[in-house]
Design a protein around this ligand. Structure first.
Ligand code: TRP
Length: 686
């Protein structure tokens, strides 16, 4: 409690004091914060050049004085930019320009502060403001609309920064200070987020400092009369820093467009310059291959998905943990294993409104033995099912594996049945992940495809062979099944592929969320592009499935690429014995530790590349213990100072985990599997 509050509390009866304590009156905005807000807002609008592009709509949310909480000179606000045909490329949907934008914004802020740019305030009617400068200078609460209390003829306070930029001042006029010493935005506290195709939301949090010696005083040039329009630089809201940014981004957009056209085949992601320098193995991520050192940030940029940011994580927490069905967020979320998404925010918004949803994931049964890496999406999906209390469909793509890996033998014939059999074996491992029988439907493509056929045909009609070849790297020599297959993986993204199971027809609004490793994203990019053709016009997401992507589980030999079932020693299988687990980890787990005891104690291990530590991140639930292991091992001191100690911990953990899995799996019969694969409604209204 502040001194003032304490005094106030002392003079009122206890009951009222209680109330007072809960709701202290907001202190007036310090002049320095008001000034910082005004220059941050103008610099942001000026760098983006939103007024220049007359076609762009930009709304600025009301200013929030975050200093109330932490007592620092900080505040935040959000720009909502709506894309129109006239919007320059940089504002369209380039999440990857966010970093450049924040840097440019800070440059501009530094200049404005050091130049002690003049700030002036005056009043003008709203109508005149809109006619002259457009709506972007207005605060969201001032923009004409149903909820807006302000009328056209009302006078608003306008602040003018230098001779260039105008912004309106929300609420009561803010005092302006010339004691500002610095004003910066911290990109890690800010956010650049694309919402759907049309909208970008930029949240800015600024921090200001004031000179200690100078006391806060309003600047001399506070005006009462409007600045004549023609004394402004054409009423154009731009800053020179922004020009560079915009040119840079335009160039990047042009390059990206060219690259996209060239990168026909596999989604090869590599920074050739860096690769040449470091001689790193090239990063390759596509639906069939993952190799090289994976740069996940770059991958997200290349794929055009979004990183899961803290704000989205909070929203996800509210619809999961907040509903009381699970006690806490899954470690895969706490540790950023699931790190990227498409339209997860929009899905949450609709779920909050009560729109029904379901989960869809799958498995290509390529061998009877599943390994630890295969478990990752299913463990997470199981948690999501519980957390969201929703139905789940699991596709077993035995057809895919036959088309890609199947063989034909003159004597024996083909081995299609082999893959059908693997479906049953793999289904047992999936069921052993403890899904909710009443809410889960497992299906084999070979068996269920007929029910999805109308949707498959619609997708075939909407996607050209060139598109599929471009995305997946097929060509004229590929068998026609391969080219047709992506539609079959796409079909379960639409609820009406499950008329019985999800009780859905074409009018259904039921939304789809797909948890998967990021290498599956190409399938769903294709799906999302044609989704609108498969649903009714008012579908909340125009038919698009939402996605949540995981990173890869690293192979034993080193933290690059993903684990493969073909190299026996690169994986721990769900069928391995405790001895096998022990031996594989001891012999093959790549160590980030030093080669001598002395060096290890001096420098500690490189946790990034240490497979044992990375695997613990996937499977050790206890955050505190993980942190301790990381601290000890990374510094070469304490209980877990060495590779041997860390490996021992991992072995014990995995022996326990695999044994528990085997125990659950052993109880599941072929008959049980058949029940999970029976068409029945899994939409339970409980
Ligand atoms: N193609 C995937 C595989 O090879 C299987 C799969 C089908 C899948 N549908 C999916 C994976 C949906 C994730 C989400 O394993």
């Amino acid at each position: 409690m502040s001194e003032e509050e304490a005094k106030a509390a002392a003079t009122v009866p206890a009951e009222k004091a209680e109330k007072k304590k809960k709701k202290p009156p907001p202190p007036p905005t310090p002049a320095a914060v008001a000034t910082a807000y005004l220059i941050t807002k103008t610099a942001a609008l000026g760098c983006l050049g939103v007024l220049e592009s007359t076609g762009t709509e930009c709304h600025v949310s009301p200013f929030q004085q975050t200093f109330l909480k932490d007592r620092a000179l900080t505040g935040k606000f959000t720009l909502t930019i709506r894309k129109t045909a006239a919007t320059p490329a940089m504002l369209a949907d380039q999440a990857w320009m966010a970093e450049d934008f924040f840097a440019t914004l800070n440059q501009t802020l530094a200049r404005l502060v050091t130049e002690e740019i003049a700030m002036q305030t005056f009043t003008m009617t709203r109508k005149d403001i809109i006619d002259t400068y457009g709506t972007a200078v207005l605060d969201e609460s001032q923009i004409p609309g149903k909820k807006c209390k302000i009328k056209d003829e009302d006078l608003l306070t306008v602040a003018c920064v230098g001779q260039q930029v105008l912004v309106t001042v929300p609420g009561t006029p803010l005092a302006v200070s010339n004691a500002l010493e610095s004003c910066t935005v911290d990109p890690t506290q800010c956010d650049w987020k694309r919402l759907g195709k049309k909208e970008t939301k930029v949240t800015l949090k600024f921090v200001a400092t004031v000179a200690e010696t100078e006391k806060e005083a309003p600047v001399a040039s506070l005006l009462d009369a409007p600045v004549p329009k023609d004394s402004l630089t054409g009423g154009v809201l731009t800053f020179p820093e922004g020009d560079n940014l915009r040119e840079g981004v335009d160039a990047q957009v042009a390059v990206a467009a060219e690259e996209a056209a060239q990168v026909a085949a596999l989604a090869v992601v590599s920074d050739t310059a860096a690769a040449a320098e470091e001689e790193d193995e090239e990063m390759v991520v596509n639906a069939f291959d993952v190799k090289g050192k994976i740069d996940y940030t770059k991958l997200v940029q290349q794929f055009g998905s979004q990183l899961i940011d803290p704000a989205l994580m909070q929203r996800l927490e509210a619809v999961t943990v907040g509903q009381g069905r699970v006690p806490f967020m899954h470690r895969f979320l706490r540790r950023n294993t699931f790190f990227s998404h498409r339209d997860l925010d929009t899905l949450i918004t609709n779920v909050e409104k009560g729109t029904p949803m379901y989960l869809y994931t799958g498995r290509g049964p390529s061998s009877a033995a599943m390994h630890l890496g295969h478990l990752v999406p299913f463990l997470f999906t199981q948690w999501l099912q519980q957390a969201l209390g929703c139905p789940l469909v699991v596709q077993m793509t035995d057809d895919e594996k036959f088309l890609f890996k199947g063989v034909y033998d003159e004597k024996e014939g083909d081995n299609l049945n082999h893959y059908a059999g693997l479906t049953i074996e793999n289904a047992k491992d999936i069921i052993a992940c403890e899904f909710d029988f009443d809410k889960t439907f497992l299906f084999s493509d070979l068996d269920y495809v007929g029910t999805m056929y109308p949707n498959i045909v619609r997708i075939w009609k909407a996607v050209t062979t060139n598109t599929v070849n471009g995305i997946f790297g097929f060509d004229g020599t590929s068998n026609i099944g391969k080219i047709a297959f992506p539609a079959i993986q796409a079909a379960p993204s639409f609820a009406n592929s499950f008329p019985t199971v999800l009780e859905a027809n074409r009018d259904s609004d039921r939304l789809c969320l797909i948890p998967c490793a990021i290498d599956q994203d190409p399938y769903f990019r294709m799906t999302r592009d044609v989704a609108h053709k498969l649903v009714h016009k008012k579908h909340p997401l125009q038919g698009k499935p939402s996605l949540i992507h995981s990173k890869f589980f690293p192979p034993l030999q080193g933290a690059t690429g993903k684990m493969s079932s073909s190299n026996e020693n690169s994986a721990i299988f769900l069928t391995d014995t405790p001895q096998q687990i022990h031996d594989k980890i001891m012999q093959h787990a790549f160590s980030g530790g030093q080669d001598t005891k002395e060096k290890q104690m001096k420098f500690g291990a490189n946790l990034e590349v240490d497979v044992s530590y990375q695997w613990l991140r996937f499977f050790l639930e206890d955050d505190e213990e993980l942190e301790r292991i990381g601290r000890d091992y990374g510094s070469g001191s304490g209980e877990y100072w060495s590779t041997g100690k860390v490996k021992a911990r991992l072995i014990a953990l995995l022996q326990e985990l695999v044994a528990a899995h085997q125990e659950r799996r052993a109880k599941i019969t072929d008959d049980d599997v058949r029940k999970w694969m029976e068409q029945r409604s899994i939409v339970v209204s409980k």
